[in-house]
Design a protein. Structure first.
Length: 314
């Protein structure tokens, strides 16, 4: 167990670098990486969500009731700013339908699980970050399909009910199972969560392997455009999220939490939804995969910047 914990700590610390190396390998040498099939994406995401459920405790939801205004502000920002920014970028860059769907799906998904870690590293309000992730994830089965219909419905057929069921099965059910296991077998989960970074990172890496290797030829032709759009979407999310906090005169720890929570998305879910509901557009899975790589890099950079500015103020 000690060895596994050390490996898990290493993987958690260098997750961004590991993801970059694997993504590059799958892009330039797709053959060996194609053993991981895109059909596995839903199950792999379910593993990540189950892991998130294992870390949740009833007190994580206390912030929702003790500070409802903060959580509401954060979640409204999450589900208005990122979907709109995604749609705006598809218009500005005149993205083809395949890529546009993928970018919009990233925008309409809830906050990413690694945002809580980045908020902690940034000396932000971790309780608010965890509360926002939990609430936005619970709202996702309803809001993600409806927002996708709103922003992508003019281009493609969107089946909100089918998407709703997918998100419940792939996200809510595994999280609920993890939450129940944590509640009734707390001593076991206390040990298990120590190796959680290893399990979660492995699942995310395998998702990226599957998507990138299956679409490597197409990525080579439009990879730069996808990267530019993904970077802009993510960075604008950080900036506008922070701006909302400042506009409402929230303290700096809350502003940092909202900034990171808005900018970092559950891009694995976007990839899963693209593969399941827009299979006729293979490139729709790529923005989510690229976002998964990029937001871990940018999140770490932003967290370091926020932490350094917080130390100067102190």
């Amino acid at each position: 167990m000690k060895t596994l914990e050390k490996v898990s700590d290493f993987v958690g610390k260098y997750m961004a670098a590991i993801v970059i190396v694997v993504a590059a390998g799958a892009l330039f040498f797709p053959g060996p990486f194609s053993v991981v099939k895109t059909a596995w994406v839903n199950n792999l995401l379910g593993i990540v969500m189950f892991g998130m459920g294992l870390t949740l405790k009833p007190e994580d939801f206390k912030v929702v009731f003790s500070r409802p205004k903060d959580v509401i502000v954060g979640c409204v920002a999450q589900f208005t700013l990122m979907p709109f920014l995604a749609w705006a970028l598809t218009q500005v860059f005149h993205l083809p339908t395949e890529l546009a769907i993928g970018v919009i799906l990233v925008g309409t998904c809830p906050g990413g699980t690694s945002s809580n870690v980045m908020t902690y590293l940034s000396k932000g309000d971790v309780a608010l970050s965890v509360g926002m992730t939990a609430v936005s994830t619970v709202l996702a089965p309803l809001l993600t399909p409806l927002l996708t219909l709103l922003y992508a419905g003019q281009r493609v057929d969107v089946n909100p009910m089918s998407m709703f069921m997918s998100i419940v099965k792939v996200v809510l059910v595994p999280i609920a199972l993890g939450f129940v296991v944590n509640h009734f077998f707390h001593k076991f989960t206390e040990e298990a969560v120590r190796v959680l970074p290893l399990v979660s990172t492995t699942a995310i890496v395998l998702i990226i392997c599957a998507v990138v290797s299956a679409n490597s030829a197409k990525i080579m032709t439009s990879g730069l455009l996808i990267l530019v759009v993904v970077i802009l979407h993510n960075v604008l999310g950080y900036l506008t999220g922070f701006g909302v906090g400042k506009l409402l005169k929230l303290d700096s720890t809350k502003c940092r939490a909202i900034s990171i929570e808005v900018g970092m998305q559950n891009s694995g879910l976007a990839t899963s939804l693209a593969a399941a509901h827009f299979a006729q557009y293979p490139l729709a899975t790529i923005p989510g995969a690229v976002f998964s790589v990029w937001h871990n890099i940018s999140g770490a950079i932003l967290a370091n910047f926020f932490a350094s500015t917080a130390e100067k103020k102190d």
